[in-house]
Design a protein around this ligand. Structure first.
Ligand code: GLP
Length: 242
């Protein structure tokens, strides 16, 4: 079941998403969150930080698992997702760093890192609430078109459109890694609840495809229609045409 909440713009979307997440945290202080990177959740994270400092919502017992990381970038690299998460969110909350998990992009044995990450997630009891963004080609995490719905945490080649879209964070496109480690589609689908955030006109075609297209591995996000508990918070621009 996909439930859609339409908000006026990016700011309103971010506020609604943060309100939803912080209410869950207040109800379940030991919640396990699945977190995403990219531009879309930044406003949501800002609102969470503001609420933490103003209202004291605590993350002391919260655990997080991020979706993905670039291969070849260590946590000290400013373009790594570990660096992004620390600087955009974790450093501003009372969360315990040891409870924040992001796959390593520089493990000696990357195949083993995939198994370890998947195992750690399972051992921990899975994700209560997964925050997701969507790529314009329908990717979720870094699972590009054609990824089997049955996939678990894995190494993937990035689509050239994904590298181009993310080049804005790097000094030039040649610096964008060609591979990533990402939790798989079946891993994402095991989350008890999914909150998908979508903003902007550049995502409107992807939203149409998600809502009305075929459920097909060529459009990874379409799998979400098979999940029993998905909430989409989108702005008007992303929902244009719906
Ligand atoms: C990135 C991330 C995804 C993200 C997506 C959209 O490559 N790996 O997790 O949802 O692409 O990013 P943005 O929110 O910047 O549009």
């Amino acid at each position: 079941m996909m439930n859609i909440l339409k908000m006026k713009n990016y700011e309103e979307m971010s506020k609604a998403a943060a309100d939803y997440i912080m209410n869950k945290i207040r109800q379940h202080s030991d919640i396990t969150l699945g977190l995403a990177t990219g531009g879309t959740p930044v406003g949501t994270y800002k609102n969470l930080i503001q609420d933490h400092s103003q209202n004291g919502t605590s993350y002391k017992n919260v655990t997080t698992f991020n979706l993905d990381e670039y291969i070849g970038l260590s946590g000290e690299n400013r373009n790594s997702y570990r660096y992004f998460m620390n600087s955009t969110l974790f450093d501003h909350l009372d969360i315990q760093k040891k409870n924040t998990h992001i796959p390593s992009g520089v493990a000696k044995d990357m195949e083993e890192e995939c198994l370890n990450y998947e195992g750690m997630l399972k051992h921990h009891g899975g994700i209560d609430l997964q925050i997701l963004g969507i790529g314009s080609n329908g990717h979720i995490g870094f699972n590009e078109p054609g990824t089997p719905f049955s996939s678990k945490t894995q190494i993937v080649d990035l689509a050239s459109s994904t590298r181009e879209a993310n080049a804005r964070f790097f000094s030039n496109i040649n610096e964008v890694p060609t591979q990533a480690i990402t939790v798989g589609i079946s891993t994402i689908m095991q989350s008890r609840e999914i909150l998908l955030l979508v903003s902007g006109e550049s995502k409107s075609e992807a939203v149409q495809q998600l809502l009305y297209g075929d459920i097909d591995e060529q459009f990874p996000a379409s799998v979400l229609r098979l999940h029993p508990n998905v909430k989409i918070i989108a702005d008007e621009a992303a929902l244009a045409g719906s």
